[in-house]
Design a binder for this molecule. Structure first.
Ligand code: PAN
Ligand code: ZN
Length: 182
């Protein structure tokens, strides 16, 4: 019997191995995402808002495969709005996804095709099923890095245009250091 060591290791909320690719999202790449544009312009655009480590064992677009991602979303605010991911629906809209919380705390915003937005609390151990046709965005409401895992179909793809254009119907802001959904 042949025994091999996996090429990818997922341990202590970190993903490593030769096949893992990292993408970095700088604040300057999130122009238009946050409401307070004056506050945004005053901030250092080169600061990292989040990083995604991904293992894509099959080619993007392959039917039947699965992708695995780990997002590190740093704490911070633009004005009083917490740092968050850009958010998207899947290009193949009926494709679902799992997220799960590993470290830190936050909110997962889920917006259906009628633009109705609900929020699920994220914390170490929280598990989130994101149905198809549902826009998803994560907000870091804590003061430490929020790390969460993700698993999605390899033919899902990402459509950012809808959210870039219309945003979510709710925003999460800090009021007296507490997150409020507006
Ligand atoms: C995640 C997200 C990741 C970054 O892997 O892509 O958290 O968020 P944005 O893609 O919205 O910038 C996922 O949902 N994949 O489908
Ligand atoms: Zn997704």
């Amino acid at each position: 019997m042949e025994v091999v060591t996996p090429v990818t290791i997922f341990q202590n909320a970190l993903l490593s191995g030769a096949e893992v690719v990292r993408s970095v999202k700088l604040l300057s790449q999130l122009k238009g995402v946050f409401e307070d544009e004056a506050a945004f312009e005053k901030m250092d655009g080169d600061q990292v808002v989040y990083e995604v480590d991904a293992w894509l064992p099959v080619a993007e677009g392959t039917e039947g495969g699965l992708f695995f991602g780990l997002t590190h979303l740093y704490p911070g605010t633009v004005g009083d709005e917490y740092f968050m991911t850009r958010g998207h629906v899947h290009a193949v809209e009926n494709r679902a996804e799992y997220y799960w919380g590993l470290e830190g705390e936050g909110l997962l915003l889920l917006m259906d095709s009628n633009r109705h937005t609900r929020a699920e609390r994220m914390f170490p151990g929280s598990l989130h099923y994101i149905p198809g046709y549902t826009a998803h965005r994560v907000v870091n409401t804590g003061d430490s890095v929020l790390r969460f895992g993700a698993c999605w179909p390899s033919d899902a793809g990402h459509n950012y245009e809808v959210i870039d254009k219309n945003g979510f119907s709710r925003r999460v802001k800090s009021s007296d250091n507490e997150p409020v959904l507006l």
